[in-house]
Design a protein around this ligand. Structure first.
Ligand code: CMX
Length: 137
């Protein structure tokens, strides 16, 4: 049901500044910036081997990431598990008593389907399920 860690999300105050550090001090490639209106964030991806980092900057004060930054400051925000069966993965999590933030998948960056599980039911870690767009049709 699960394939790999799709990405690790990191909340930042300034996406350009964080991207520069990863480019200049780590020699990593940083993708173009994309807005994800459904999540009120702009994001950039940084591939590292089989996985990637996702830098997240809020585009609205009401966004989940803005609240996170205000309360906890910059840092690790979520881990995303890639699945090829997101509906089944959500059902399994719900049947096991986890608190789903999204009962149905919603649109994520780059044409993906995504759904989140509340960190209070998963040992303090916000978990995102991701299914790549080309596998959902
Ligand atoms: N990781 C771990 N704990 C977190 C957290 C995170 N990312 N975000 C919030 N929390 C904690 C808070 O610190 C708080 O803990 P305490 O009560 O111990 O202080 C608790 O969760 C708050 O939970 P809440 O009152 O239910 O809800 P919030 O309004 O703080 O929202 C959450 C938290 C997870 C429900 C919300 O951030 C959410 O819906 N996230 C899913 C969507 C998302 O994160 N989108 C951004 C990423 C988009 C992308 O990747 O494209």
């Amino acid at each position: 049901m699960y394939k790999k860690i799709h990405h690790l999300g990191i909340a930042v105050n300034d996406l350009e500044k964080a991207a520069s550090v990863l480019k200049d001090a780590f020699n990593l490639e940083v993708s173009g910036v994309e807005e994800v209106p459904s999540q009120q964030v702009k994001v950039a991806f940084v591939p590292i081997g089989e996985t990637r980092l996702e830098l997240l900057e809020p585009t609205s004060e009401d966004s989940a990431v803005a609240k996170f930054l205000a309360k906890r400051g910059e840092g690790f925000h979520h881990v995303a598990f890639e699945t090829d069966a997101i509906e089944d993965a959500l059902k399994l999590a719900e049947n096991q008593g986890l608190r789903l933030i999204d009962k149905e998948p919603r649109p994520g960056a780059h044409g993906t389907k995504v759904a989140f599980i509340h960190p209070k039911s998963t040992f303090g870690v916000l978990i995102e399920l991701v299914q790549e767009g080309d596998k959902t049709e």
